[in-house]
Write a protein that binds this ligand. Sequence first.
Ligand code: GLV
Ligand code: MG
Length: 348
Amino acid sequence: MSKLPRKFFEPLAIGAPQPYREPPVALERMIHFFPPQNEKLRAKIPDMAKQVDVLLGNLEDAIPADAKEAARAGFIEVAKATDFGSTGLWTRVNCLNSPWVLDDITEIVANVGNKLDVMMLPKVEGPWDIHYLDQLLAQLEARHGVTKPIMIHAILETALGVENVTEIAKASPRMHGMSLGPADLAASRGMKTTRVGGGHPFYGVLEDPKGEGVARTLFQQDLWHFTVARMVDACVSNGLKAFYGPFGDFSDNDACEAQFRNAFLLGCAGAWSLHPKQIDIAKKVFSPDAKEVLFAKKILAAMPDGTGAVMIDGKMQDDATWKQAKVIVDLAKIVASKDPDMAAAYEM
Ligand code: GLV
Ligand code: MG
């Protein structure tokens, strides 16, 4: 049984803001993680806000148990003190069965509910996790006079979560999107890896025998292809955005770029940056390529109403390529509005 559309969009508490029908348009090429308990890093946040699309104060994994409360307090402090401009402010709270999460949610909404754009919820297993947070956020928004709904972003990082991915996407009008969490997902699935995202040298297809004594190549395959594609379908078909999560090998920028690019090509809007050097990798990958944008603009100009068939530079274009071109040009317009160099490259 699911709710009727009219009920679906009703606030879940008297006095809570009206849920969004269309989420706000935002550029989210990278979700940049910071550990809010670190005072030195907090001092850099106003500067960081100018360099990234989204800043996320991390309260969950990678924050030691004895720093959980300091991380929460540090996040509230920096959120209050900083003007984030058009940069998104997110937090990743602890998971729902942890001893910290209730205070994470209640204190953050009470203190900075009007500044927080998105709450990232880890280890989501089904729509029941979203329903719980949805109701609680509505009650807290009503109590604390929050004027716009705080959105929920789920991390897809358990086998059960992947099984329920479509139901999670549909669970609430608060859903912003989802990120693939390859580290927890690998553990949950019993994958035989020790990495945070990326490929594995043993996961591949061995080419056919080429004759006695002739070496055969093992072509490495993408461990995450299936899950990313499944996540993109569940998200996009419900008006949500999909993201690749963390890439843990900071010494291998090329592999990080390849992983981000696969996600971009499959339909993801962005990825996490856990190290400052991943910010530029994400910018490069998740901003559409200038040549592609110029070509896409030609397609749109040649087919003003989006129908018919034309030839451009020897390539056939029709209604379907027009739609692809529009995806690229719409994204390029958002990038250009934030980044003058890219605006010049896109001739916008
Ligand atoms: C992210 O949280 C992951 O587990 O990969
Ligand atoms: Mg995780």
